[in-house]
Design a binder for this molecule. Structure first.
Ligand SMILES: Cc1cc2nc3c(=O)[nH]c(=O)nc-3n(C[C@H](O)[C@H](O)[C@H](O)COP(=O)(O)O)c2cc1C
Length: 575
């Protein structure tokens, strides 16, 4: 490893580093990336990684986000004469990696753009100028000379429909762009510290790759044919080298678990329309939380046979439509027609519209689904403005609602199945009654809880078991803050009744409830006996629950002589 250079411009910095023979990484470090997309929920910033391979000919693998324009182009010019670039490999066309393609074409008019057929078509529509191009399929090769023979692997849906991976036989590096990445920003080029990155790695998988688990397994099958793999050079976060086997093993395991799920939902979206793919990811994330698998498909590039197959195995179907009927192209129309033709009345459906204007396209589709006898899983989700954290949270809740509906028989069966002596013994564990509340950005939510216990003296800490499909779960990641409200004996019924209501997605859970803000911003229930301000320190995966360990700082008791409400049960197979 040689020459690490850093140029600071507010909280955007660039790191260039030689990662292998004649191969440099240009990592654009975005330290304060906003939490505006669901996949950025952990707030650890992100990086956009681009790579320069210099054989006898030169190739740039991906560019960067346009917010790095000047920094990136100056850095590139410091490494080579950009006008002499031979190839620009576009792993996929999402703007955070291809945002500077037009700039590269201006600096290097003779460069050949390499990508999948779908990617090149998208770029043609986007740049509106002729450029040299090379469409590649799986197994195609490109010899840059000096041993750098590049081989392309198709990896559709990871996480855009047009994705390709690039393998360099000389350095045994596989360039995967979004796949195997994570939104994690720090100076480490590689994955030295597993503990530091594993939560972000999993969260990113859950948001972007989990909904494409079958595609992950297909891509990994292709990867297993490669003669050797030393490094996975991802488009976001540290490159995988030190824990390559462990981390790819986790991808395989998670994807196999997903692929085995009994129930599947098909989520159709429009990859290059507004925020359709982001909204669909948030819905998918909410569905997956309930143990129902998701398969996502792009309406613009879907293969009709695959559409039929997916719809025939799915129990639920979600479609994102464009904002006006005028924007439904003949291709999209054919795919939607194929979806409708393959449905059956036992299925449930949901429709969302990104950039909603007249809502006509959404309602037309809803009527067609209804005419075919499908059950509407949630009211149409019409997103008129640029999505915010509230929108993504709403999408997640809507997805969870659909997942609960589809898995309702399974949940009832599970509860009935357990009634042994052991369950009765477990039921003798008793606890207090509490309400967890949190307020983050524009989102406020709450959960009634009893599985709460003190967990440490130094520091003062508590644990809470939170079911994986709870709405509040996505707001209880490391660093998140909440309030634990302790309910009072003889004075908890009203709060219990309120917080155990079934809240539809997006509902205000604090309507008619008196609260005041804690110093950490979360609501304190005015009728609680005591409260504590908490900060999440770690999460342990405990089957169907997360055990959330949090330290507590500020706390207060409102009535010194009152007692905590206690919860006694008979069996341990419910709360
Ligand atoms: C007595 C009682 C105790 C509960 N304790 C917990 C708990 O500790 N953890 C949990 O995840 N859910 C618990 N629940 C379930 C949730 O309070 C409730 O079903 C949930 O708020 C609704 O899900 P949602 O918030 O995702 O819509 C409990 C329910 C009852 C009736």
């Amino acid at each position: 490893m040689v020459a690490v250079s850093e140029r600071i411009q507010r909280r955007l910095t660039i790191q260039t580093i030689e990662i292998a023979n004649e191969t440099k990484a240009i990592r654009c470090l975005d330290w304060d990336r906003d939490r505006f997309d669901i996949e950025f929920g952990l707030q650890n910033g992100t990086t956009y990684n681009s790579f320069l391979i210099e054989g006898e000919q030169t190739a740039l693998v991906d560019t960067s986000h346009e917010k790095f324009r000047q920094l990136y182009l100056d850095t590139l010019a410091g490494l080579i004469d950009p006008s002499k670039l031979d190839y620009l490999i576009v792993s996929h066309t999402e703007p955070d990696h291809s945002g500077l393609v037009k700039d590269i074409l201006t600096l290097a008019p003779e460069v050949t753009v390499v990508g999948s057929k779908v990617a090149i078509q998208f770029l043609e529509n986007w740049v509106h100028q002729p450029f040299k191009q090379k469409i590649v399929k799986g197994g195609d090769r490109l010899d840059l000379g000096n041993g750098h023979v590049l081989e392309f692997l198709i990896a559709p849906n990871l996480h855009w429909p047009d994705t390709i991976f690039t393998y360099d036989a000389k350095t045994q590096i596989l360039y995967t762009c979004d796949a195997f990445g994570m939104h994690y920003c720090d100076d480490h080029t590689f994955d030295e510290d597993l503990e530091l990155i594993e939560e972000d790695f999993k969260y990113y998988y859950d948001c972007l790759m989990g909904p494409n688990a079958r595609s992950v397994l297909s891509a990994m099958k292709r990867m297993s044919q490669l003669p050797g793999l030393i490094t996975i050079a991802t488009g976001h976060g540290p490159l995988l080298q030190h824990h390559l086997t462990e981390l790819t093993g986790r991808y395989r395991q998670w994807s196999e678990e997903q692929a085995k799920a009994e129930t599947t939902t098909a989520v159709f979206y429009l990859s290059d329309y507004g925020y359709s793919d982001r909204l669909s990811q948030a819905i998918a994330h909410g569905i997956i939380k309930t143990g129902v698998a998701v398969e996502m498909m792009d309406l613009r590039s879907a293969d009709l046979q695959e559409v039929r197959e997916l719809v025939s195995i799915a129990s639920g179907i979600v479609i994102g439509t464009p904002p006006t009927t005028a924007e439904i192209t003949p291709t999209v129309q054919t795919v939607i027609g194929t979806i409708l033709g393959a449905t059956n009345p036992k299925q449930s459906f949901g429709v969302f519209e990104s950039g909603a204007q007249d809502s006509e396209s959404a309602y037309l589709l809803i009527n067609k689904f209804r005419d075919l006898g499908l059950h509407p899983a949630f009211p149409p989700l019409l997103v008129k403005e640029t999505p915010t954290d509230t929108t993504y949270h709403l999408c997640e809740e809507v997805g969870t609602e659909l997942g609960h509906w589809l898995s309702r028989d399974r949940s009832i069966k599970q509860i009935k199945a357990l009634d042994s002596d052991l369950e009765k013994a477990l039921g003798r564990l008793s606890s207090g009654l509490y309400v967890l509340t949190t307020s983050q950005g524009n989102i406020s939510t709450a959960m009634f809880a009893s599985w709460v216990a003190q967990a440490s003296f130094k520091p003062l800490g508590i644990s809470v078991a939170v079911a994986k499909d709870r709405a509040i779960e996505s707001l209880l990641h490391v660093g998140d803050r909440f309030v634990l409200n302790v309910l009072e004996e003889g004075n908890y019924q009203k709060l219990m009744k309120h917080f155990l209501k079934r809240f539809p997605p997006g509902a205000d859970r604090f309507a008619d409830i008196k609260t005041y803000p804690a110093t950490n911003g979360s609501p304190i229930l005015a009728d609680a006996l005591a409260y504590m301000e908490c900060e999440v320190k770690s999460r342990m995966d405990c089957g169907d629950h997360w055990t959330i360990y949090s330290t507590i700082s500020v706390g207060r008791v409102s009535k010194p002589d009152a007692l905590t409400a206690v919860h006694h049960r008979k069996v341990g197979n419910h709360y």
